[in-house]
Design a protein around this ligand. Structure first.
Ligand SMILES: *Cc1c(COP(=O)(O)O)cnc(C)c1O
Length: 396
């Protein structure tokens, strides 16, 4: 990608910067956070300080309750980006003699297979195209055919495309076959319901910096207590051993190794704001409004989105690249950035695309602002037609 200086030929009239002057992040994370979440980080806490330990305890309880876990589940937080806790989940829950069946329809499913290669866990994969949900019927057959599979891994929303996978059906099939379910809910946790009382899983992982709108720096695992206790000694890595992290935290309330103190303070504040917004229903509702504004605005301009509405999670929208020769993505990206909106390149293998996120501390004002900026930039670039080269599937 060229640097901004290459293309920022003329000043953009309407710079719609956030209160900090930073561009709005229309990305899958890290995301725009509220001023009060940023302010919460202006403190230095000692890791053994009683106040800090109390915040940790409260944080863990709140995260369990978002997943409907109550008495049956526990929260194990872990330092690092989301991938660290995905890797920790796989290594901790799948024993050395276990076998993981990975349901794949994008980059994050493929990443779990890479993790298994690194840590030496046996696995099989079941892949559907990136614009097709994972298939519970095929899972049913695969589990019947292969009794050596002990665990199933699924991505709740595959951020590669923004597609929502059929979690309830996958959980039902997996439980019916007596296998354990591991869920990467990173990109939707807190915005799309996931209820431990309604579906059976051994572990679900997510991170501080996506729909919970905290700062980057930590992930967490919501685990069924019995499954976590049974996972003692499985992990091939000390720092990524969720059982050890949990046991130490239960013993003295402290993290084993340096905690991301500022990130924890930010997440605690972010959860206050999450509650004030009405929890999962409120947060998910705002994102759904954002997504609707974005999708209908883009379609009005002639863009074609990848997914039909029924499969679209209200998180990130994948847009086909226009075929108009005047459209050039780097210029489009850089000029939108100059106008105060950061979008995201595509990650699809099936089609040339880019992505626009609608999560983080963004509302209708930012969505309409982004659409107006897109309209201006297209006009500047002389793009007349936003349709992709191939007509693709008809939009619903
Ligand atoms: C963001 C994300 C992750 C973690 O990515 P990091 O860059 O390591 O934070 C994992 N899975 C999914 C589905 C995600 O959206």
């Amino acid at each position: 990608m060229t640097t901004r200086a290459d293309t920022a030929s003329k000043p953009v009239a309407n710079i719609a910067a956030s209160p900090t002057g930073d561009p709005w992040l229309l990305t899958p994370g890290p995301l725009t956070t509220s001023p009060t979440v940023k302010q919460a980080m202006l403190h230095d806490y000692g890791s053994r300080d009683g106040r800090f330990i109390a915040i940790n305890r409260r944080l863990r309880e709140r995260l369990v309750s978002i997943a409907g876990g109550g008495e049956t589940h526990v929260c194990v937080p872990l330092q690092g980006s989301g991938t660290f806790v995905v890797e920790a989940m796989i290594g901790t829950f799948v024993p050395a003699d276990g076998k993981l069946l990975i349901l794949i329809n994008g980059a994050y499913g493929r990443r779990i297979a890479r993790i298994c290669d690194y840590i030496g866990r046996a696995y099989a994969t079941q892949e559907t195209p990136e614009d097709v949900p994972v298939d519970p019927g095929a899972l049913d057959q695969a589990l019947a055919a292969d009794p050596s599979v002990t665990h199933v891994a699924v991505i709740h929303c595959e951020t590669t495309s923004g597609i929502l996978n059929p979690l309830h059906e996958v959980a039902e099939v997996t439980a019916r076959h007596g296998r354990a379910l591991l869920i990467d809910a990173m990109s939707v946790f807190g915005a799309v319901p996931l209820d431990a009382k309604a579906i059976r899983f051994d572990a679900v992982v997510a991170s501080s910096n996506k729909c919970l709108e905290g700062s980057p720096g930590m992930g967490f695992c919501i685990a069924r207590s019995e499954a976590l206790q049974a996972a003692k000694g499985n992990a091939p890595s000390l720092s990524l051993d969720l059982h050890d992290q949990w046991a130490a935290m239960e013993a003295n309330g402290q993290w084993r190794f340096t905690p991301p103190t500022h990130c924890i303070l930010a997440l605690d504040q972010a959860l206050d704001e999450f509650d004030a917004e009405g929890g999962v229903a409120g947060r998910g509702g705002r994102y759904l409004d954002n997504c609707d504004i974005l999708v209908s605005g883009l379609r009005t301009m002639g863009f074609r989105t990848l997914l039909p509405d029924a499969l679209q999670a209200p998180i990130i929208v994948t847009v086909h690249m226009p075929a108009d020769p005047s459209f050039e993505f780097e210029t489009f990206y850089n000029r939108l950035s100059d106008a105060g909106y950061l979008i995201y390149p595509g990650k699809l293998t099936v089609a040339d695309s880019f992505r626009i996120g609608c999560i983080g501390r963004l509302g209708s004002e930012q969505m309409h602002g982004a659409l107006a900026a897109i309209r201006d930039v297209l006009a500047e670039m002389g793009v007349r037609d936003c349709a992709p080269a191939t007509a693709g599937k008809p939009q619903p």
